[in-house]
Design a protein around this ligand. Structure first.
Ligand SMILES: [Zn+2]
Length: 359
């Protein structure tokens, strides 16, 4: 009996080992970026005329976005089920786009949500339970969120009260701070489950800020998470730091948004990317982009732009590209945004963004 058990466990280890090897090998060789499922996610906050310009889009501009999406054969998909399909290798509709709103502002019920309902289009609203329960005149209530959830909107996690999750306060040590952040996420999950009747298990980082300890923990918790760095989602993305294209304020411009909507995810190994948090000693920070495919891309044409700086220096090393800014990054949030023309004659781009947080 004992021998039999030992034999079984050896078999299990052998099968597991080979399975891991096979799936890793498939991951490396079978990704055809042109054929892969690609999902563009748009990020909005306020949809109103009288709110701060940087996080707002005017209602008439928002309707223009929706009309553009309809007129140009984009398919608006439910974000939780689209991510599930990507992770399980099931096909998405062509030109798939998901719409998200951060913070759950009350002004969404004026134009944004009714306009989506008219078109029978889903969206996701990321909420902060601690804020919506305290400031009823600013945020959608649980009752309103439940009403819109019943009409097809997903209600997801933006943390209890929109704290900075990476910038540790001086009066807390790292252990206390991490416990506070984890509690902010788990108590929000619990509130959504109780109030809405279920949670899509998706988190949007407040201010788009994240660090490696947080993404590791989110993986353990089986939670998917979004930053605010721009880019497109594919099966090879990091599902604990997914990109979105901001579409409010200066990013509401339809001409530039049109390019982003047609972009694909740059085929690099997202698991090897550095954490955004960088001390000033590593400034300007470097990112190595490890290509998942060779031959089908023109790595030499990679162009990387840096927040308020000239273009970054790109070194092509065949298997990977090294990207580094030419000047020190300012304190706070910055990004390297990289584009690469696709050589399929479409005139479209691969897109990649690396966020940085310099202390
Ligand atoms: Zn927010």
């Amino acid at each position: 009996m004992k021998l039999w058990k030992t034999y079984l466990s050896i078999c299990a280890v052998f099968i597991l080992f080979n399975f891991t090897r096979i799936s890793f090998a498939q991951e490396k060789t079978n990704i055809a970026p042109e054929q892969a499922n690609h999902l563009v996610v748009l990020q909005y906050h306020h949809v109103a005329d009288d709110t701060p310009g940087i996080t707002s889009i005017r209602p008439n501009e928002f309707i223009e976005h929706l009309n553009y999406l309809a007129d140009n054969q984009f398919n608006i998909v439910d974000l939780p089920s689209a991510l599930n399909k990507i992770q399980n290798g099931q096909p998405l509709p062509k030109n798939a786009v998901a719409i998200t709103f951060d913070d759950g502002y009350l002004n969404l019920i004026d134009v944004a949500l009714p306009e989506l309902e008219k078109r029978n289009w889903p969206a996701t609203i990321f909420v902060n339970p601690g804020l919506l329960e305290k400031h009823k005149s600013h945020y959608l209530s649980w009752q309103q969120l439940k009403h819109w959830h019943n009409k097809g909107m997903a209600i997801a996690n933006h943390g209890w009260q929109h704290d900075y999750w990476v910038r540790q306060p001086k009066d807390m040590d790292m252990k206390q701070w991490q416990a506070h952040v984890k509690d902010s996420i788990l108590s929000t999950e619990k509130a959504i489950e109780q109030q809405i009747g279920g949670s899509p298990k998706m988190v949007a980082f407040p201010y788009g800020e994240y660090d490696s300890w947080l993404t590791t923990w989110l993986t353990e918790q089986n939670l998917i998470a979004f930053g605010q760095q721009s880019g497109v989602i594919a099966s090879y993305s990091d599902f604990t730091a997914l990109p979105r294209f901001p579409a409010s304020g200066q990013y509401a411009n339809l001409q530039t948004l049109a390019v982003k909507l047609k972009s694909k995810a740059l085929p690099v190994d997202y698991k090897t990317l550095p954490s955004p948090l960088k001390a000033n000693t590593q400034n300007p920070p470097q990112v190595n982009l490890n290509w998942l495919t060779k031959g089908k891309i023109n790595a030499g044409q990679l162009n990387c732009f840096v927040t308020s700086q000239p273009k970054a220096k790109v070194t092509d090393k065949a298997d990977y590209a090294i990207v580094v800014a030419t000047e020190k990054l300012n304190t706070g949030r910055s990004r390297y945004n990289c584009t690469l023309p696709r050589n399929d004659g479409s005139g479209d781009y691969f897109w990649f963004s690396q966020p940085w947080l310099v202390e």
